[in-house]
Design a protein around this ligand. Structure first.
Ligand SMILES: Cc1cc2nc3c(=O)[nH]c(=O)nc-3n(C[C@H](O)[C@H](O)[C@H](O)COP(=O)(O)OP(=O)(O)OC[C@H]3O[C@@H](n4cnc5c(N)ncnc54)[C@H](O)[C@@H]3O)c2cc1C
Length: 318
């Protein structure tokens, strides 16, 4: 049995100080991922800092941005009237994630920081560079049907699991942080790190950094948007491929999920659409031109292509 300390904090600065003081401490929000990973030994925190009493549960609108506190639950955000009216891509992505029971506990901050569902990451008996740097990657020659085809490295091919992050990347959302050196903001497009040769480093967060919220610029009136998720089991599962489309008057923003090591902003597709707004097939082809499938996941190239074309045809067609 392992000893675990538990502390509950009431102020964001206290949360940061508690974590910064102990390299073996971790934040606990809804616990829907953190506790699972601790039970199976993938994550070993010695001290849990419970942040659920922090005053980070507001959803406000300042005229330009929707400001969402990190402890707002997925279900509550999906049900906000402004989200339904102005951000269908966000609503769709939230409601396509997990189950309603989980969404009532799971927070926005926790969702963005959930860990990969790669079975080799979760199974401590197998090699994983993300869990144990330098150990190797069992997925490369193992069963990798669900793994990434974009943004991979010779050291890691795990997909990023969040649906929410894909929508927020397409929406140019910004993450608000409080760290030991004070507050700062990071655009979500620069928040996640590709695995390269350090798969353990998944985000730009430093130990002690607390996500306090997310700011989402509201798209212009008349923008159409949506999130299409393809999965093995329609009722509730992680994405095999997904596409978020935000078609503002004058430009289309696109992101992909389920196929990449990070929530994937589809810049190449966007560049094609800037020149030819209805060239959906060419846009999807350009985005997937450098995909690197392996033995079991070649189907994802075609699946992602079709998912993106269908999403663009639904929300970006005139
Ligand atoms: C069966 C199952 C199915 C799921 N299906 C989907 C799915 O289809 N799509 C999808 O997107 N997600 C899915 N999820 C993931 C789910 O959305 C996440 O588990 C949840 O959002 C995590 O939020 P939480 O509040 O429970 O975080 P926790 O489990 O408490 O924390 C998760 C991680 O984030 C850190 N953390 C939490 N809050 C903060 C903060 N404010 N600042 C800094 N660090 C923080 C924690 O330290 C921990 O490392 C599924 C989960 C389960 C268990």
């Amino acid at each position: 049995m392992r000893t675990l300390e538990y502390v509950r904090v009431g102020e964001p600065a206290q949360a940061v100080a508690e974590l910064a003081a102990d390299p073996a401490a971790a934040f606990l929000a809804g616990g829907t991922t953190q506790l699972d990973l601790m039970k199976i030994g993938t994550v070993t925190a010695r001290r849990l800092v419970d942040i659920t009493r922090l005053p980070l549960r507001d959803v406000t609108f300042d005229g330009g941005d929707l400001r969402v506190g990190a402890l707002v639950t997925m279900e509550r955000l999906a049900r906000e009237p402004v989200v339904a009216q102005r951000l269908p891509v966000l609503r769709d992505a939230l409601l396509a994630g997990a189950s309603v029971q989980l969404r009532n506990a799971a927070t926005i901050g926790g969702n963005l920081l959930q860990r990969t569902r790669c079975p080799y990451f979760r199974d401590v008996a197998t090699a994983c560079n993300k869990r144990d740097p330098g150990a190797g990657c069992a997925a490369l020659e193992g069963v990798h049907r669900n793994h990434a085809i974009l943004g991979t490295s010779p050291h890691c091919i795990a997909t990023h699991p969040s649906d929410l992050a894909v929508a927020l990347v397409a929406l140019d959302a910004v993450v608000r942080l409080l760290g030991p050196d004070g507050p700062r903001t990071v655009p979500l497009t620069g928040f996640y790190l590709p695995p390269d040769d350090t798969p353990r480093l998944e985000t730009v967060l430093r130990h002690g950094d607390l996500v306090t919220g997310v700011d989402i610029p509201l798209p212009a009136q008349g923008t159409r948007s949506g999130y299409l998720k393809v999965r093995d089991r329609a009722s509730y599962d992680f994405a095999l491929a997904s596409a978020a489309v935000v078609a503002d008057p004058g430009r289309t923003r696109v992101a992909l999920g389920g196929v990449a090591t990070v929530p994937w902003r589809a810049r190449r597709a966007e560049a094609v659409l800037r020149e030819a707004p209805e060239a959906f097939v060419a846009a999807a082809g350009a985005e997937l031109a450098d995909a690197e499938p392996r033995r079991d996941n070649g189907y994802k190239v075609e699946l992602a292509r079709r998912t993106l074309i269908r999403a663009l045809s639904t929300w970006a067609a005139p």
